[in-house]
Design a protein around this ligand. Structure first.
Ligand code: PLP
Length: 281
């Protein structure tokens, strides 16, 4: 397959410097963009978030949004990608290992590749289980950086328990999940953690908020507790490419009826229509 290295699309091979700061410090930012029927979904939103992440860690992106969009579109075409994801990463470049930023002469390193993936309709329709784990991450979870070890450990805990996600909580407050945002439904109203430094403001999350408002479903960007989560009528998680996954059980405790709820199903249906509209535009 082809990969993007800086502004060149080339055959995949290893050419990452062992002193790349992404490799040594997790010093970089990234995005994962869904591709449906050959079309990147909400690419501009992802690229805007990348720009914001880069700014927050004082990393100067080497390419403009327009250049990145063109390069990624070229990459999708070069790989004949129909369904899957684009992974895009920019690190602070390769330099002799000192913690502080390297000199101006060191260029940030941009790479991207694509991965074919089937649509996850089964788990989206049928739902899955989740486990609860303490959110041990730093206090800038709003930045999409390469430092994912706490997320990796949480997801592994989920996998070990046959769950699809690990839902994170800071003390009593549910923040998000290891690689997705969390919504609960109670008495016909939706709640999700506000977009502050404690969560990544998911692109899927933002779209779901928009869909709720369009469909007159009351939605609140308000914190809720682990107790609220366990007492919810419905729980679902949102993320790129897995879209919306109903959560039927948390730490072995049944949520609501133990089946995907009506509001979750409605939002999933609306979200799929949106994808359908995009790929047929
Ligand atoms: N929260 C975390 C910690 C994530 O890693 C992700 C991305 O996978 C999300 C939320 C969902 O964000 P998005 O909908 O933009 O994929």
């Amino acid at each position: 397959s082809k990969i993007l290295v800086d502004d060149q699309i080339i055959d995949r091979k290893n050419l990452i410097d062992i002193e790349d700061r992404g490799y040594q410090f997790g010093d970089g930012v990234y995005e994962v963009i869904g591709v449906y029927e050959g079309r990147p979904f909400m690419m501009d939103e992802h690229l805007e978030r990348l720009q914001r992440s880069a700014k927050e860690v004082q990393l100067k992106l080497p390419y403009s949004m327009v250049e990145l969009r063109n390069l990624l579109n070229q990459l999708v075409k070069a790989n004949h990608l129909d369904e899957g994801i684009i992974y895009l990463q920019v690190t602070r470049g390769a330099a002799s290992r000192w913690h502080e930023f390297p000199g101006e002469d060191v260029q940030p390193k941009t790479i991207a590749y694509t991965r074919a993936e089937e649509r996850m309709t089964e788990v989206e329709d049928q739902g899955g289980h989740a486990v609860l784990t303490e959110d041990i991450r730093w206090l800038r979870c709003d930045i999409k950086t390469l430092n994912l070890l706490p997320n990796v450990l949480a997801k592994q805990e989920a996998k070990k328990n046959g769950a699809v996600e690990a839902i994170l909580h800071r003390g009593e407050t549910v923040t998000e999940a290891s690689a997705s945002n969390v919504f609960i439904v109670k008495n016909g109203e939706l709640f999700t953690h506000p977009a502050n430094n404690h969560i990544l403001n998911g692109i899927t999350r933002q779209k779901v908020l928009e869909l709720c408002r369009k469909n007159n479903l009351p939605v609140h960007e308000q914190t809720f507790t682990v107790k609220d989560l366990l007492a919810a009528d419905e729980v679902f998680v949102t993320a790129t490419k897995s879209d919306i996954i109903p959560i039927l059980e948390v730490d072995g405790k049944q949520i609501g009826s133990g089946k995907p709820g009506n509001i979750t199903a409605k939002i999933l249906q609306e979200f799929r229509s949106l994808i359908y509209e995009l790929v047929n535009a």
